[in-house]
Design a protein around this ligand. Structure first.
Ligand code: FMN
Length: 175
């Protein structure tokens, strides 16, 4: 599976980093690093292809590169609004636009609290186009007691939504 992951300037950048670091073998990961988000060292033990957010000519900018799924974690309200309006002025928003036009799986993890009516309207619009709107919300049924377990639950749910096998959290109804 070819996966594009963008990390934008919202609180929760660390969750995006962990999402990448927990990825199982066999996923070809292409990562877009926003200016203020991450350092290259954060991925030094993980095989990923790093792209600059201003490199609109990167491979993943074209539908012909055939990315299977795209995730933006966390997704700022700014990036959410651009995607909802069809603006692709950097690589993060471009990969989202490509996922939409190619009708591929697109997951956004909007991070804000509370959400404005504008943000909710943008989410509604994108959800109606099949985009998976999956903010980092914990499930209290998952027996998570530490922050790490809560994060594993959220990341596991994101993987589920993207079709990535995982056992990152305790599923309801399992021993
Ligand atoms: C400390 C800090 C925390 C922020 N947290 C959020 C946040 O949680 N959600 C959000 O939508 N924007 C947040 N912002 C604002 C975004 O970084 C800002 O809108 C930026 O333009 C987003 O650009 P991008 O979408 O290109 O990454 C935060 C900014 C700062 C400085």
């Amino acid at each position: 599976m070819k996966l594009a992951i963008a990390i934008t300037g919202a609180s929760g950048v660390d969750l995006g980093k962990k999402f990448i670091n927990y990825l199982p073998q066999g996923i070809e990961a292409h990562v877009v690093v926003s200016d203020n988000a991450l350092t290259v060292e954060s991925f030094e033990n993980k095989k990923v292809t790093l792209h600059q957010n201003n490199n609109i000519a990167a491979s993943i900018s074209s539908g012909s590169f055939k990315i299977d799924a795209t995730a933006i974690i966390p997704c700022s309200m700014n990036t959410l609004a651009k995607i909802a309006c069809g603006i692709s002025d950097n690589l993060a928003t471009r990969v989202a636009a490509v996922a939409l036009k190619e009708q591929k799986r697109l997951l956004l993890a909007p991070r804000e609290m509370p959400f404005s009516a504008i943000a909710l309207e943008n989410m509604r619009k994108l959800a109606s186009l099949g985009v998976i709107i999956a903010p980092p919300v914990i499930g209290y049924y998952s027996d998570s007691s530490t922050l790490e377990e809560m994060e594993r639950f959220i990341i596991g749910k994101w993987y589920d939504a993207l079709g990535i096998d995982n056992s990152l959290y305790k599923r309801w109804g399992t021993p």
